[in-house]
Design a protein around this ligand. Structure first.
Ligand code: DAK
Length: 259
């Protein structure tokens, strides 16, 4: 599988890495690039024997400075609506494999939204987040108004989306948007370590964790609890549940891979 705007690799066993590769445009997310991300994600998602986790990164300098402004500039609202512009972003939500964003430098606009689409965000302590769309005369369109409020609360989301001001990775960690901060240029390594740890674990079960946690953002507590219990029940009898519980009883390490 060859791509123009991303590089894919398998740097660790079970780990699929996607590196955004439009450095001259600060990894601006044009529609072709986003389609490539989805294609690559589907590939990793469809092969649970090969892959247990994904890392998405922009490399050591920048994560992504947003959707491609030059691509969007000439579009009018009739075209945006008739083409359902960038609507394939929602397909990201159907990916079951855990995804870690490794953020260095700017994660702005669609870049911040791409990171928030991922399941875990690791970032450099010098990384910069923001939803500056208001300064372009638009609002966030890739989930920013919906996901930022859930991550950092209403008052902060209002302040930063309405002003378009950036916020630091240190703030992002304190507010719960970022899971952990690291020294610059060490984020990818730390993200790969985490991805490898997840990939070495029970892969069906980690996907089930992801599914259940994501439901919490989308439904009320009672429905979420019902959903969680249904997933819990459904896991009984599968290889990972038998192996995990047998290993505990037999006082040995579980062997998660059947290969
Ligand atoms: N789009 C296109 N090109 C970009 C870009 C972007 N978002 N960001 C940077 N570039 C390009 C610059 O035009 C420049 O290109 P050349 O002039 O060299 O050809 C090159 O990258 C280097 O940028 P700068 O010269 O500006 O670099 P600086 O270090 O001076 O500044 C910066 C870095 C990140 C502060 C600055 O580039 C900047 O402010 N960039 C724009 C940030 C921004 O406004 N981002 C939000 C874009 S709107 C949706 C999904 C997603 C979205 C919408 C809908 N749906 C699912 C419906 C998302 C929308 C957005 O993200």
């Amino acid at each position: 599988m060859t791509f123009k705007h991303i590089i894919t690799s398998t740097p660790r066993t079970g780990v699929f890495q996607i590196t955004l590769n439009r450095p001259k445009a600060l990894n601006a997310l044009n529609s072709a690039l986003f389609t490539e991300i989805l294609t690559a994600l589907r590939k990793a998602d469809s092969d649970i024997d090969q892959y247990g986790a994904v890392v998405i990164t922009g490399g050591d300098r920048v994560f992504a400075a947003g959707a491609d402004i030059k691509e969007m500039l000439p579009i009018d609202s009739a075209q945006a609506m008739s083409q359902d512009m960038l609507s394939n972003w929602k397909d990201f939500n159907s990916i079951g494999i855990p995804i870690i964003a490794a953020v260095e430098g700017y994660a702005l606009g669609g870049g911040c939204e791409l990171a928030m689409n991922c399941d875990i965000i690791y970032a450099s302590n010098k990384a910069v987040f923001g939803q500056p769309e208001v300064k372009l005369g638009v609002i966030p369109g890739g989930g920013g108004t919906q996901r930022l409020i859930r991550a950092i609360g209403k008052s902060r989301a209002m302040e930063y989306i309405i002003t378009g001001d950036n916020f630091s990775s240190i703030q992002a960690e304190q507010w719960g948007l970022v899971s952990k901060n690291f020294e610059p240029k060490t984020v990818i390594k730390n993200a790969l370590d985490l991805a490898e740890k997840i990939a070495k674990g029970p892969r069906l079960t980690s996907r089930s964790c992801k599914k259940a946690i994501n439901i919490a953002n989308e439904t009320n507590l009672q429905n979420g609890l019902d959903f969680e219990r249904n997933i819990f029940h459904s896991l009984f009898g599968n290889y990972e549940q038998k192996e995990g519980m047998n290993a505990f009883v037999e006082k040995r390490k579980p062997k998660w891979s059947k290969l």
